[in-house]
Design a protein around this ligand. Structure first.
Ligand SMILES: [Zn+2]
Length: 224
């Protein structure tokens, strides 16, 4: 198996790539340089997926999970870079969306990565700082209901029948509960939501309906 990278070599290679990318994750860095970095990360992530496939072929499940966590880590940095570009391009709604994607993606790494140097490096705190410093406080919607039908993304069995646990890694894949049928019971407003993408988009300010992120007036006629 001399053609397969060992986990230690892989981690040291990853650290180099991640540290170059993180040097570019500041709002002052030129957008075109950040866009280029997103592409560079994309290329490396494709190599990681290739490597993950090889690990799986050789039955190296821990190594496959590691490759998956490193891939998610770099994807989070891509979202972070994209968020900074969005802010500079005055696209605040996308900026918020990309920050949430970065947080959710890295959350999976924190829950699953057995290597502390990867999961406990303070990156999740950095993402929380962005949220507190760059965005106003928001209200969110939370959907409550009864799940009628759902299955496991790993084995496709009905979710309650298999032993896989949602959010956990199995052979380089994350288990999710795929809900295909749900009875909606209520929608409530909350400040700590399960899904930060479900936010209240507009608010009233000086008697006008405005975008909750920019305070720009939302013209009703433009609404679709
Ligand atoms: Zn399952």
């Amino acid at each position: 198996m001399k053609d397969i990278l060992s986990p230690n070599l892989l981690i040291s290679e990853f650290n180099k790539i991640a540290s170059i990318a993180q040097k570019k994750a500041f709002i002052t860095i030129a957008s075109e340089i950040q866009k280029e970095e997103i592409e560079t990360l994309e290329t490396y992530r494709n190599n990681l997926l290739e490597l993950k496939r090889k690990y799986i072929e050789h039955g190296l499940s821990d190594e496959a999970n590691l490759a998956f966590c490193l891939d998610l880590s770099l994807q989070s940095v891509q979202y972070e870079l994209q968020m900074l570009i969005n802010i500079k391009e005055d696209d605040m709604s996308e900026a918020w969306s990309n920050l949430v994607k970065a947080q959710v993606t890295y959350g999976s790494v924190v829950r699953n990565c057995p290597y502390e140097s990867i999961s406990a490096n303070g990156y999740i705190t950095r993402l929380e700082w962005y949220e507190k410093l760059l965005f106003p406080e928001m209200m969110f919607a939370s959907v409550g209901g009864i799940v009628k039908k759902s299955h496991c993304s790993i084995c496709n069995e009905s979710y309650n029948k298999c032993n896989h646990i949602k959010g956990k890694l199995y052979n380089g894949e994350i288990c999710t509960r795929v809900i295909t049928e749900m009875e909606l019971e209520e929608v409530s407003l909350v400040d700590v939501p399960a899904n930060k993408q479900c936010r209240v988009l507009t608010t009233t300010y000086n008697g006008k309906t405005v975008d909750s992120l920019t305070l720009r007036e939302v013209k009703k006629t433009n609404e679709k």
